[in-house]
Design a protein around this ligand. Sequence first.
Ligand code: ADP
Ligand code: MG
Length: 235
Amino acid sequence: LEEQIRRSDRLKTIGQIAAGTAHEIRNPLTAIKGFMQLLNKSLADRSMEKEQEFVGIVLSELERVNDLVSEFLLLSKPKEIRLVSMRVGLVLQEILPMIRNEALLHNVTVLYYPKPELAPILADKEQLKQVFLNLGKNAIEAMDGGGTLIIRDYHDPYETDKIAVEISDTGSGIDAEALEKVFDPFFTTKPQGTGLGLSVCQRIVHDLGGSIEVSSDEGGTRFIVKLPCASGTDD
Ligand code: ADP
Ligand code: MG
């Protein structure tokens, strides 16, 4: 047991150092990105296309490092959450333009039929947006040759104090072995993946008192997020 405590202390310390380091990486990254954009512009002014191409690669790799650092920070040092009563449909409406845009690029059809009569939930809007964006992005990335992304929200028939949001796709699916690991930090099957998206989703949903489940077969994958309703009769 002593050994276990020592190990968990050590892991905690490593986590803190890593979070601090990630934070420190951010500032120089922002500066590098800014100057690269300036460089890109002056290369464009001089029609230096080859060099512009190189700078473009640097910028897109920077974007990857930036994503990794942001997701890592979200995971290791959760922000204060501000719980506000809101309609989940409104949150979905706000991210839909981004999802549709991404879907268009990948030949994916997005179906969402808003349900205005649903009870409000208690959540942090920015964090919840992050959850649905991550799930939507994963779904689209799983549909290489196009497909359909369906978003549904409804009162959970089993847990009536919960609202469920379902995000399902007609993509590649997840095999049984991978299904066990999808929420693990750094688990990814994508060459450019961070493997942090679903860990972040799970962390946020749990912090909100909800749950997140996944099921998958050859026909595609379905994530179900359940969130507690704002009862209005609390205390
Ligand atoms: P990343 O997207 O960076 O790989 P995530 O944590 O978002 O990291 O996802 C982890 C892994 O889970 C993915 O690499 C993929 O293998 C699998 N996955 C997640 N969502 C889906 C989906 N909708 N369809 C198929 N596989 C998925
Ligand atoms: Mg992802």
